[in-house]
Design a protein around this ligand. Structure first.
Ligand code: HEC
Length: 157
């Protein structure tokens, strides 16, 4: 009897501390997302829209042959890409990010932010963008990123 109540007390303490840890994680995530939201408003909204909605008629081209800024919400194709590609796209800009995946001379309208934002800030903006997607789309994008990571590992990259 004594034994089982000690066991009960221990499990209760254990599950309490997991609950607390989870709450801490959620708070940290919220801080990251709101930092990302601010950075997005300052650096990205001018082209990609204040509500992540993209340019009007974003599927068309500009006269100079560049693409229009796509939406970053679930209606666009941001979630079709791995974390690595999204990160490179923001840090290096579209032309250099595409060159890295062997598409040379891509005429991109997406400027590089490597001199304006730290790596951490770029991840914060991406966290904010992802937070606008429904859970199943977030899950699909996580799987795309994991598959790419696994592929790179088998290639020894
Ligand atoms: C001067 C306008 C402009 C600004 C500012 C800008 N972008 Fe872009 N972005 C574009 C255009 C245009 C594209 C379309 C693809 C291309 O031309 O390379 C794009 C594409 C992207 C893509 C890849 C395509 C996709 O599927 O989503 C990402 C990711 C992205 N932008 C994120 C950002 C983030 C994050 C910021 C702010 C830090 C930002 N952009 C600021 C114009 C801009």
């Amino acid at each position: 009897m004594v034994k089982s109540s000690i066991l009960f007390a221990t499990t209760t303490i254990l599950s309490l501390s997991t609950a607390l840890a989870d709450e801490g994680d959620i708070k940290a995530d919220k801080a990251i997302i709101s930092a990302g939201a601010e950075l997005y408003a300052d650096n990205c909204a001018v082209c990609h829209g204040a509500d992540l909605e993209g340019a009007e008629d974003w599927q068309g081209y500009n006269e100079d042959g560049t693409l229009k800024p796509p939406p970053h919400d679930a209606s666009g194709h941001t979630w079709h890409h791995s974390d690595t590609l999204l990160f490179d796209y923001v840090k290096l800009g579209g032309t250099a990010a595409m060159a890295k995946v062997a598409l040379e001379d891509f005429n991109s309208g997406m400027p590089p932010f490597g001199d304006t934002l730290t790596d951490e800030e770029i991840w914060n903006v991406l966290a904010f963008i992802k937070s606008s997607w429904p859970e199943d789309i977030q899950q699909t994008q996580r799987e795309i990123s994991e598959e790419e990571r696994a592929l790179k590992e088998t290639k020894g990259e």
